[in-house]
Design a protein around this ligand. Structure first.
Ligand code: M6R
Length: 364
């Protein structure tokens, strides 16, 4: 079933242009440039607050979505990991939308949080990859991802498909709430439809990433930095590396570096910087310079423009296509997935079945 691929994870990384395209195709109409969600009996324009709950990689998809819900739909968003949410007696106001994100639809903590919110009278929306799962069955608003079965324990294609669905949901809510007009909606739809080709272009750098993986494999610690919607991508990059290569890695918001973690920097700690050119680029680069001034070894992931401006003197650079900021989190998922994958291959770990981990965490 792996075809020509060495691992399921590798196959699933390379499936992303196709499955993200399929997922987008079921939420967006190319003909008139509109977002069309599945039919449901709930008025999105009435949502006053969104509570997002998930675990692991699905939680990071939720963190990206928080930017979109706030930016497009102007709705405040609370987000928490399910294991914390359940035990902190959260305040859930009437008319709230509780949004659960899960590949498997069976994660025990997320499912328990869903049931708690249901009892508290929230409308339950679920972004899930397994349409027959418990979460899918218990949802008021079911938003399937069309990633197909994900076998590798490290989640890859489910993540980018979750982002595709969440972007569509945020845009649709923005339209319903009157914060996005027809032209803006068409613009968002057009940019989202650019994602599969941009994912393909990102995958085109697989060999460059494979070639630089031996530089990272000996590290004991690795830091990932990003800003705005690329901050959750830094967290996701660190999680991927930890999971499959067993290298200690942390993701930080770039601006937090000087509040502590910069003390860790020396020439043995590679720092992976996610910085698409755009409004936050300069800020991230100045944080990167702070790291470099302390002997830090930088791997800069950016587009041609960003690499021309700041790529000099880096340990390595990874070039991404130039993309609209909306789809940058989808596209920048690819290099962090591939980097973790190739580092794990260099180290010879079990990529698809990493130690101590299960694909679906059905115990609390
Ligand atoms: O099935 P779910 O999306 O609910 O799973 C959540 C996490 O267990 C999952 O994302 C986990 O963090 C992955 N192994 C990450 O690669």
């Amino acid at each position: 079933e792996k075809g020509n691929y060495r691992h399921f994870m590798q196959k699933e990384i390379f499936e992303q242009p196709t499955v993200v395209g399929q997922t987008l195709g079921s939420y967006l109409r190319q003909s008139d440039g509109t977002v069309a969600l599945p039919q449901f009996d709930f008025d999105l324009s009435s949502v006053k607050r969104i509570t997002i709950v998930a675990c692991g990689t699905s939680f990071y998809a939720g963190m990206v979505a928080k930017y979109w819900f706030e930016q497009f739909a102007r709705v405040p968003v609370d987000i928490d990991v399910a294991s914390e949410f359940r035990y902190r007696d959260p305040v859930l106001e009437d008319g709230g939308l509780a949004l659960f994100i899960s590949q498997s639809g069976e994660t025990a903590d997320t499912l328990a949080a869903l049931r708690h919110c249901k009892e508290a009278g929230q409308t339950i929306a679920v972004v899930v990859n397994v349409p027959t799962s418990s979460m899918a069955r218990e949802a008021d608003l079911l938003l399937p991802t069309h990633a197909g079965p994900e076998i590798g324990v490290a989640s890859t294609k489910a993540f980018t498909c979750q982002l595709a669905v969440l972007a569509a949901l945020a845009a649709n809510m923005a339209v319903k709430k009157g914060h996005m007009d027809r032209a803006e909606e068409q613009e968002v739809v057009r940019h989202l439809f650019e994602a599969p080709a941009c994912l393909n272009a990102a995958l085109g750098h697989d060999e460059d990433i494979e070639a630089m993986a031996p530089l990272i494999a000996p590290a004991r610690d690795v830091l990932y930095l990003g800003r705005g919607p690329d901050y959750p991508l830094a967290l996701e990059g660190a999680l991927k590396l930890k999971e499959i290569s067993y290298i200690h890695a942390e993701g930080y918001a770039s601006g937090e570096m000087k509040h502590g973690p910069i003390a860790l920097i020396d020439e043995d700690v590679p720092v992976i910087v996610l910085a698409p050119s755009g409004p936050l680029f300069e800020k991230t680069v100045s944080n990167m310079e702070e790291v470099r001034a302390r002997g830090g070894q930088i791997v800069l992931i950016s587009d041609a423009e960003g690499l021309a401006a700041a790529g000099e003197g880096c340990l390595a650079t990874i070039e991404m296509p130039s993309v609209h900021p909306l789809i940058a989190p989808l596209v920048y998922a690819v290099p962090v997935q591939l980097l973790a994958y190739h580092v794990a291959c260099v180290k010879g770990t079990d990529v698809d079945q990493p130690r101590n981990l299960a694909k679906s965490v059905t115990v609390e």
